[in-house]
Ligand binder design. Structure first.
Ligand code: NAD
Length: 260
């Protein structure tokens, strides 16, 4: 018996990173998974690896028509959708004073508007299926802040606001809505080549590892598989009395200021 037997869950940003691990874990727990992303090659490869219970759809979370088409494709293949993980997101570093308007808008569009469109599109489907779950991916930057992440921090705070409002509005239809707030997680989003382009990735990795050892009480960066387990908990019956809540998963980083 899997924890998600009989469920059909759409996961955005599922071509790699946390979304990929969520798709893999959810499929292993019996769900049919719809992997949505804009990276067609990697997304199709993960879906092919998972077999007939997985479907890849191209879905840019900022586009209403892509959302509608993804739901149609999911229902044609699996008959319903009763779970959603709004995981797709983008990260850019910039001081507020030098952030271009276009960059601020793009981050807002993907991280915030994308989550809104996901909830709005899927809520009627989940209700029609007799209820379901939505998990939104916020961040430690959704409950705290980090310098150089102004647009990102604002967008992730918004994700928590949307999570709470959706939980209030959708509870009567049997839909629970929660959020995961990961700290640093080892995915392509924060790979050394992305953080410091043009420098030796191994040296950057070692420097980052030393930093995490110092500032994260558990002493290391998180693994995407660990976030996937939290998303699973919030998507299955184990969390049946939980809705509208943010769940921080950060190795203790936000617990306080460590002087050890
Ligand atoms: P990632 O970059 O590996 O994965 C993000 C995925 O989202 C990619 O596959 C990407 O193609 C997809 N995506 C980007 N824009 C999209 C769009 N418009 N439409 C559809 N898909 C799109 O990074 P990740 O770490 O796996 O990120 C997953 C989520 O976790 C994001 O919301 C991110 O903000 C959040 N997060 C990450 C960290 C971290 O340290 N990695 C920490 C906190 C929160």
């Amino acid at each position: 018996m899997g924890k998600l037997d009989g469920r059909v869950v759409l996961i955005t940003g599922a071509a790699r990173g946390q979304g990929e691990q969520e798709a893999r874990l959810f499929a292993a727990e019996g769900a049919k998974v719809v992997l949505a992303d804009v990276l067609d090659g990697p997304g199709e490869a993960v879906a092919a690896d998972l077999g007939p219970d997985a479907l890849y759809v191209r879905l840019d979370v900022t586009r209403e028509d892509d959302w509608a088409a993804a739901v149609t494709a999911a229902k044609e293949r699996f008959g319903k959708v009763d779970g959603l993980v709004n995981n797709a997101g983008i990260l850019r570093f910039n001081a507020l004073a030098t952030t271009a308007l276009a960059e601020f808008r793009r981050i807002t569009e993907v991280n915030q508007t994308g989550v809104f469109l996901g909830i709005r599109t899927l809520a009627p489907e989940l209700a029609a299926a007799g209820g379901g779950t939505i998990v939104n991916t916020a961040s430690y930057a959704g409950v705290s802040a980090m310098a150089l992440l102004g647009a990102y921090t604002a967008s992730k705070h918004a994700v928590l606001g949307l999570t709470k409002v959706a939980a209030l509005e959708l509870a009567a239809q049997g839909i629970r809505v929660n959020a995961v707030c990961p700290g640093a997680v080892d995915t392509p989003m924060v790979a050394p080549e992305v953080l410091r382009p043009g420098t030796d990735p191994r040296a950057v990795r070692e420097e980052m590892d030393r930093m995490y050892e110092k500032v994260v009480p558990l002493g290391r960066i998180g693994r995407p598989e660990e976030v996937a387990k939290l998303a699973l908990f919030l998507s299955c019956e184990d969390s049946s009395y939980i809705t509208g809540q943010p769940f921080v998963i950060d190795g203790g980083w936000l617990a306080g200021i460590s002087v050890l």
